[in-house]
Design a protein around this ligand. Structure first.
Ligand code: ZN
Length: 288
């Protein structure tokens, strides 16, 4: 799933290409694509795209008083849509702009198409009032932004929520924007066990995690901004994520994995657990 760096760079590219375009119509292709009844998408018609912002893993398409909040979920994308097919493959919804003269140049198309992969947890759109969107679903429950949370703020959240740090980092209500890959990378960068208890990490642990988070996000952003489209997860550079069995670049130890049904926790024993091998999740042995 794309995380903060991928979504942020995508928002910046969309802003560059579509800012100032006037929305003609929002077209959902099925009953579940639009998650809200009010305000109506029509309220945004005739208004220019002010820009595409981001909160957590959500894209925010702002048309004046109305903002469309878009979540790409696992394999969703928001793409140039030059073909305007009647039934686009994987299509969830379309933002149709008033046409402009493209002069044959490589500029944006007259529509953006939201696509999804698979049948479960599909990409979706919430139509919100710009002034109140941050305190309305789906953004109202999000924790502070991962890139800007301070060590003090994180220390308070650590103290109030006793969790494994890997699970904490992936929980959007705690900090927003981090997923499975960044959780693995941040724990490795901070040299802490992914299973470390947040309450026990304390203020010193929070400071380490904040610094690691900022570094990992900055590197992810630099990589993602160098691209013309969103990377797939296998393209993204990583120190431990998806590198089970490979040598750690820092110490040479073999990177280990703890498998869960939906994801893998990767870590380096020498860098992160004092050489201790973390117990595999018991249920996953039966699922494999
Ligand atoms: Zn290592």
């Amino acid at each position: 799933m794309p995380e903060m760096p991928e979504i942020q760079a995508h928002a910046e590219r969309l802003t560059d290409r579509y800012r100032g375009r006037t929305l003609a119509k929002f077209v959902p292709f099925n009953f579940t694509a639009l998650k809200t009844a009010l305000p109506r998408p029509d309220d945004a018609y005739g208004h220019e795209l002010v820009g595409v912002g981001r909160r957590g893993k959500y894209l925010l398409l702002e048309f004046g008083d109305t903002t469309f909040v878009v979540h790409l979920m696992q394999g969703g994308r928001l793409l140039d849509d030059p073909k305007l097919s009647v039934k686009p493959r994987g299509g969830q919804a379309r933002f149709l702009f008033d046409p402009i003269d493209h002069d044959g140049a490589d500029v944006a198309s007259d529509a953006l198409l939201l696509t999804a992969q698979g049948k479960e947890r599909r990409a979706g759109v919430w139509c919100t009032t710009t002034a109140t969107m941050l305190t309305s679903p789906p953004l109202d429950k999000l924790g502070p932004e991962a890139a800007t949370i301070t060590a003090d703020e994180l220390a308070k959240l650590f103290a109030a929520n006793s969790m494994r740090v890997h699970g904490f980092l992936r929980d959007q209500r705690m900090v927003a924007g981090i997923g499975r890959r960044l959780s693995n990378e941040i724990c490795h960068r901070a040299r802490i066990s992914p299973f470390a208890n947040t309450r026990k990490l304390g203020a010193d642990g929070a400071a380490l995690v904040v610094q690691a988070t900022q570094e990992c996000i900055a590197e992810g952003l630099a990589f993602e901004r160098s691209r013309t489209d969103m990377s797939s997860s296998k393209d993204r550079p990583s120190a431990v994520h998806a590198r089970t069995g490979e040598p750690c670049d820092v110490c040479g130890d073999a990177i280990r994995a703890v498998e869960y049904s939906g994801y893998t926790v990767n870590y380096c024993p020498t860098c992160q657990t004092g050489g201790k091998i973390l117990a595999d999740n018991t249920t996953s042995k039966f699922l494999k």
